[in-house]
Design a protein around this ligand. Sequence first.
Ligand code: DGL
Length: 276
Amino acid sequence: MNTGQSIGVFDSGYGGLTVFKSIAKQLPQYNYIYLGDNARSPYGDHSFETVYQYTLECVEWLFEQGCPLVILACNTASAKALRTIQQKVLPVKYPNHRVLGVIRPTAEVVGQYTRDKTVGVMGTRGTVNSLSYLMEINKFFPEVKVLQQACPMWVPLIENNEHLNPGADYFVQKYLDELLEQDADIDCILLACTHYPLLIPKLKAILPVGIELLGQGDIVANSLELYLKNHPEIVAKIDREGIRKFFTSGDRQAFDQHASIFFGEAVQSDQMHLKL
Ligand code: DGL
């Protein structure tokens, strides 16, 4: 039956495409709508209130397009907006809709990747200052020590496609050093921003031996697959034609040029018009 409904995937900009890539590979049968709020990204340094307002507007827009389930494929939005949307907005305005984030599924498994029980978390200032990873990892792995490092220059470098150029080296090395100086036992680094997987080639080249780099794409895809198994009532609403649509609040041409770097294949976007 064609219900006209899709799974929504949201990010402040391009980064969520690294998660969407894993989701689309693992669960290719569903219809999806990706929305990047490129007109207002990066979100990393905005206040809680601003990230909440922006995220809510985008989530409600995805609901209007027929998405009963929306994944916030953005750590900053997951840290600053998810809980309020889940606890205050959905029960009152959208009792049949669901919104999921990327922090909890990541925290649920991160302890499996550290031998010395010491994890470094690299994220935006917003994600780091929210302390969300400290709290969530502690719930699942109380014995794991978590060190955090904000990397405010990384998203702008990546959004401007400067991340693999030599000019980016200084900031890649700087934040990595600042993290590793906090604890010599760090043996797993979680890239807690969906933009950061694009830095993996550079990070791998300078990372001390024995430290594992952990991205979130496959973790979130696995968790979504499990969620859908446990929620047949949501699955029943979603069309299975494998159609993927892309929307941006920013410049469509720029999005189409840049998005393939994150998604791994050519992308053609439509315009999303902001209200705020
Ligand atoms: N990709 C987003 C994240 O995972 C944030 C980037 C930003 O807008 O600052 O945190």
